[in-house]
Design a protein around this ligand. Structure first.
Ligand code: UFG
Length: 345
């Protein structure tokens, strides 16, 4: 007989903004599994309704003050998690207004609603992009913040705003600087599905499944052992686990903080490709291309602060395990492409 684990029912309702997106949808699932009540707000510009596995769903824009007014009067939120942002570094350079409008201005609308309705706990998805070109690796939270593109700046602006809001309004926040989010729900229910996809692991796996003819390798003349860029890949469920720990801490009266989230180990693009070949048992067609603008050679997190202060212990820190979960999802996606319509490519 299999043991059925019934989560404790929590009284708290959490608003997850961007809960239909990649990381947000995994967060919604984890909160529900923990017994929280969850409300997802997502405009479905890039998210997928079918990725939201439960709770209440509201389709709409986080920058719509009237909608937020209705939401905040309709629910007594104990906390807000904000995942909704544009994430393409290159696009942020060519269309910065899009990034500042959504990632910055719209966040102000959300923060205004939180102030008005006295919701004091906020968890914000920031990025390693706030550091810019690293001066030293691994990167600690005190590393200078020199974002080199509007995407990174949009995240750093909100982090600075949140520090001011803490002092002035008592709004307690935790900012998480994600390194390279990857992987998928271990049970295979949800996973990553961006359009266009720009991230290495899903692209490599799309080439493995045949959805792409090949994957480009952007530059093999970096100052790294095999000449390709090194990144710190962290499992999406481990990211969500950190959010859960931060939420509990905020709900218990903890103060504001910012944490790196990564595994502290770096893998080169070539190493990722080799690991993907082992996991999938398939040869992955690769073409070497010139460097992509704005890619630092190495980005590796020192996440010891999150370990110490939050008790964060990544469960899926092995690269092959991360890729295995992503592969399980890619195979499902390749099979149900029609369900996601033309949003997949
Ligand atoms: N890469 C390839 N081919 C591809 C895609 C990526 O070789 O088709 C390489 C990139 O050049 C880079 C590495 O794989 O060296 C990882 O690239 P990703 O696009 O997967 O991830 P990034 O490191 O560029 O981006 C991550 C986050 C961003 C964040 C950034 C901070 O996904 O949100 O780190 O610099 F802004």
């Amino acid at each position: 007989m299999t043991e059925v684990v019934v989560p404790a029912v929590r009284q708290e309702t959490i608003l997850v903004v961007g809960g239909a997106g990649y990381i947000g949808s995994h967060m919604v699932k984890m909160l529900l599994d923990q017994g929280f009540r969850v409300v997802t707000l997502d405009n479905l510009a890039t998210g997928h309704r079918q990725s939201v596995l439960g709770g209440d769903f509201v389709q709409g824009d986080v920058g719509d003050p009237l909608l937020l007014e209705r939401l905040f009067t309709g629910y007594a939120f104990a906390g807000v998690m904000h995942f909704a942002s544009h994430i393409q570094v290159g696009e942020s350079v060519t269309d910065p207004a899009k990034y500042y409008r959504n990632n910055v201005s719209n966040t102000f609308v959300l923060l205004d609603a939180m102030r008005k309705y006295v919701v004091r706990h906020f968890i914000f998805s920031s990025s390693a992009a706030v550091y810019g070109e690293p001066l030293v690796v691994p990167i600690t939270e005190s590393h200078p913040k020199n974002p080199i593109n509007p995407y990174g700046r949009s995240k750093w602006i909100i982090e600075e705003v949140l520090a001011d809001y803490d002092l002035a309004y008592g709004l307690r926040s935790v900012c998480f600087r994600y390194f390279n989010a990857a992987g998928a729900d271990p049970g295979g229910a949800i996973g990553e599905c961006h359009t266009p996809e720009t991230h290495l692991i899903p692209l490599v796996l799309m080439a493995a499944s045949g959805r792409l003819p090949q994957v480009k390798l952007f530059g093999e003349d970096y100052d790294t052992p095999d000449g390709t860029c090194i990144r710190d890949y962290v499992h999406v469920n481990d990211l969500c686990q950190a959010h859960l720990l931060a939420l509990e801490r905020l709900l218990q009266g903890g103060g504001s903080a910012a944490y790196n989230l990564g595994n502290g180990g770096g893998f080169s693009v070539r190493e990722v490709m080799a690991a993907a070949e082992r996991v999938t048992g398939r040869k992955i067609p690769v073409v070497v291309a010139p460097r992509r603008a704005g890619d630092p050679a190495r980005l590796v997190a020192d996440a010891s602060l999150a370990h110490r202060e939050l008790g964060w212990r990544p469960q899926f820190s092995e690269l092959e395990q991360i890729i295995r979960h992503a592969w399980q999802w890619e195979q499902k996606l390749a099979g149900v492409i029609s369900e996601f319509g033309n949003k997949v490519r």
